[in-house]
Design a protein around this ligand. Structure first.
Ligand code: NDP
Length: 332
């Protein structure tokens, strides 16, 4: 059986371009025992995938040149030689960017579309949801009445963090990159205030004005100058879950910034980086809590869905120009 795959053609320098990807037709092997034939339904594009396009060693191994890109996928089982799956099952796993693929059963988990739409298993009930919950609840340790600032607030992780902050009785200010995102954060997702960093003339002052008692939790999704501006307003005993640094992912030489450590030191601030794959033991708790909040209407989610497997590279690049609100997905 013939399938199509997308491989890494070149390691990008700076911002990736479409020619860093290549489409190829391949012949799939015949199914063996313990394997299933799947067809991709939803493909996730995530900022961390940019890091895997580099050769540098990191927590996830680099993608190999001329080998398929790998990412979160929701797929349908077409044929099965596994005792765990039957044709028609919906499954999720970290799979090759292939239209169809022969996959070992151990790489797949069955999903229950009666609990939530299948795409949610790549979003609020998947990696971004787990990241928001673990980072905010277990590292941010919110207390009612505290002031929370979230950068990358209108993205998959950010939009959840802001709502968790409201559920925990905090005041929450989001930072995002368009007027439409600002409107959505306030009107749809319950943020108390939101700032458009692209048009704000003085971000440090805007945060000071909106946070007269200082910032108790800064959930950092972006880094760079946005984080410098927030950290200048950080409170005594504040917590900074260091989740992402997307503003720096395409810089070959990281830009110099102000030295913030004296402020962190003198204000007894805790800044903690975390990689969600190290917190799997907390996922059942996160799924249980968030499913209840979704059912109760306290937690909403949104997606930007691009149609067509052939648009996967452009969807991935779109994360770096803010094309998405909520989770960026491609529907095959
Ligand atoms: P998003 O859905 O938030 O998509 C990325 C968003 O980042 C864009 O929509 C854009 O929004 C914003 N952005 C892009 N470039 C810049 C820039 N130069 N400066 C400021 N904002 C920028 O992605 P996720 O929710 O999936 O991930 C959010 C962050 O969390 C990422 O940094 C990611 O790497 C990290 N992450 C970390 C994990 C961990 O284990 N630590 C796990 C999952 C994610 P805008 O229009 O507002 O600019």
């Amino acid at each position: 059986m013939v399938s199509t795959q997308i491989v890494l053609a070149n390691r990008p320098k700076g911002m990736p371009v479409l020619t860093d990807f290549r489409f190829e037709d391949i012949e799939l092997p015949v199914l063996s025992d313990g394997e299933v034939l799947v067809e991709g339904v939803y493909y996730s594009v995530d900022p961390y995938m940019r890091g895997r396009m580099n050769a540098a060693k990191s927590y996830a191994p680099p993608f190999e040149v001329d080998k398929p890109i790998i990412g979160g996928v929701v797929a349908k089982v077409l044929e099965s030689k596994s005792l765990d799956f039957v044709a028609g099952d919906l499954v999720t796993g970290r799979l090759n960017w292939r239209k169809k693929d022969v996959v070992q059963e151990k790489l797949l988990k069955k999903i229950d579309a009666s609990i939530a739409p299948p795409s949610y298993y790549l979003g609020i009930l998947g990696m971004p949801g787990m990241t928001a919950y673990v980072g905010f609840i277990h590292i941010g340790k919110p207390k009612a009445g505290e002031t929370v600032v979230v950068s990358g607030a209108a993205g998959a992780v950010g939009v959840i963090v802001g709502q968790l902050a409201k559920i925990k009785g905090c005041r929450v200010i989001g930072i995002a990159g368009s007027e439409e995102k600002i409107r959505l954060l306030k009107e749809e997702f319950g943020f108390d205030e939101a700032i458009n960093y692209k048009t704000c003339p003085d971000l440090k002052k805007a945060i000071a004005d909106l946070c007269p008692n200082g910032v108790d939790i800064y959930f950092d999704n972006v880094g760079g100058e946005i984080s410098d501006a927030v950290i200048n307003n950080i409170n005594f005993h504040a917590r900074i879950p260091l989740c992402g640094q997307i503003a720096l992912y395409n810089s070959s030489v990281p830009p110099m910034g102000p030295r913030l450590q004296p402020m962190l030191l003198s204000r007894s601030v805790l800044m903690q980086g975390f990689i969600i794959f190290n917190y799997e033991s907390l996922f059942p708790e996160a799924i249980k809590e968030m499913s209840q909040w979704i059912k109760a209407g306290k937690l909403k989610f949104t997606e930007t869905v691009i149609q067509g497997f052939e648009h996967l590279p452009i969807a991935l690049l779109g994360l770096f120009s803010g094309e998405n609100t909520g989770k960026m997905l491609v529907k095959a």
